[in-house]
Design a protein around this ligand. Structure first.
Ligand SMILES: [Zn+2]
Length: 392
């Protein structure tokens, strides 16, 4: 079984510099691949795949362009991977699975340092607090003991380092033995996702909406202010560019951009941490299945009054994460049909209450006098419905 681990690292100044040059080098290589192949196409030459390109690059291109030999100082596998990535993107384009690949840009935080386990015998040494990578040497990890260090049962196959909002993150792919299949003995779980509260389980467990917490609200407030500032600075820069020409720069604008990036990152981290915790709690009970609504997020986003609130909830992410985690433990995930009237049905007798209003917080059945909290009733229906698809 292959699992991905993601962790922040703490490179030294020298390592950070090395990582930066690998990242920009991989961007350069990626763009070169696209550029050359486009030129070749225009001149009627055949398309060069990654393998052929890499050979041509090393023997012919670098001979002819001695200015670019700095790329030789970088870890060769990392450069080659950039060609492979570009090749994959082009092949997707040929198969009409995607558009013509974009150029990799610094602005979009693209490019990565790539490492790989070369041979069967080689191992990528990792200790609880550090990992040894080609060209960089031992790199300190920010979280101790997260990446498995038992090299016999956990094999680090490959990985990447990326730079995002002022921090360096390492992701690595680890081959490990299947987890022993434990019996699913827990009660099935139904989850009702919403805007008022983030999630309500059928047993009444309530997960509040993080977006209403003072922490998130204050970050959003700071973010709004900074974005206004950023747009003012941007306008000013534009005006200066017209007067002074293209060389005008604004370091203060760059600083504000960095701050904005960091706040966005902070929001993402808060959300994914919260969601991970919910998922971990649910999975720990070993439920026989987990059910949630297959929300029509795209359709809901069309309602412009709710679009922002919905996008802030991150339902789509939650669903994907939950499905991935459950798959590891072989827990089936039921996705309830989009048009299933889960909140209108009585969980006890199946009567459909057509006139249920949004403000009715308690479900009262006119048929069998069953009363239940509205959301718990919905969660129970989600759990027990037979109109579902499996998430994986
Ligand atoms: Zn009823």
């Amino acid at each position: 079984m292959l699992l991905t681990y993601k962790i922040e690292i703490k490179p030294t100044e020298k390592q950070a510099w090395q990582i930066d040059s690998h990242i920009s080098g991989s961007r350069w290589a990626y763009n070169l691949f696209l550029d050359i192949n486009r030129q070749r196409y225009e001149c009627g030459y055949h398309y060069m795949g990654a393998y052929e390109f890499s050979k041509w690059f090393n023997y012919e291109y670098l001979e002819a362009n001695p200015d670019d030999t700095w790329i030789k100082d970088l870890y060769a596998k990392s450069v080659k991977q950039a060609f492979i990535d570009a090749d994959t993107a082009m092949k997707r384009f040929f198969k009409k699975l995607g558009g013509f690949p974009h150029w990799r840009s610094f602005k979009r935080g693209q490019g990565s340092y790539y490492f790989v386990k070369n041979s069967k015998a080689q191992i990528i040494p990792c200790q609880r607090h550090r990992i040894k990578l080609p060209k960089l040497g031992w790199v300190r990890l920010k979280e101790f003991g997260y990446i498995p260090t038992d090299a016999e049962h956990f094999v680090i196959k490959q990985g990447r380092i990326k730079f995002k909002a002022g921090r360096y993150y390492l992701t690595c792919l680890v081959e490990q033995a299947e987890l022993p299949k434990s019996e699913l003995t827990g009660e099935p779980v139904g989850i009702d996702l919403g805007l008022k509260e983030f999630a309500i389980l059928n047993d009444g467990t309530l997960y509040h909406n993080q977006n209403k917490s003072s922490r998130v609200r204050s970050i959003r407030k700071r973010l709004r202010r900074l974005q206004r500032k950023m747009s003012r600075q941007y306008q000013a820069l534009k005006a200066r560019r017209q007067k002074e020409g293209k060389s005008a720069t604004d370091l203060n604008l760059a600083k504000t951009q960095r701050k904005v990036q960091r706040l966005y990152q902070q929001l993402t981290n808060i959300q994914s941490d919260y969601q991970n915790k919910i998922i971990a709690t649910v999975v720990r009970t070993k439920p026989q299945w987990v059910a949630l609504e297959d929300l029509n997020v795209k359709g809901m986003m069309k309602n412009r009054y709710l679009a922002k609130a919905i996008s802030h909830q991150g339902f789509y992410n939650f669903r994907n994460k939950l499905a991935t985690k459950c798959q590891q433990f072989d827990i089936p995930v039921h996705l309830t049909g989009r048009f299933e009237p889960t909140s209108k049905l009585c969980h006890q007798c199946g009567h459909k209450k057509v006139d249920l209003k949004l403000k009715d917080r308690v479900y009262e059945c006119s048929n069998c006098n069953y009363t239940k909290d509205r959301d718990i009733n919905a969660a129970l229906n989600i759990r027990d419905t037979e109109n579902f698809e499996l998430a994986y």
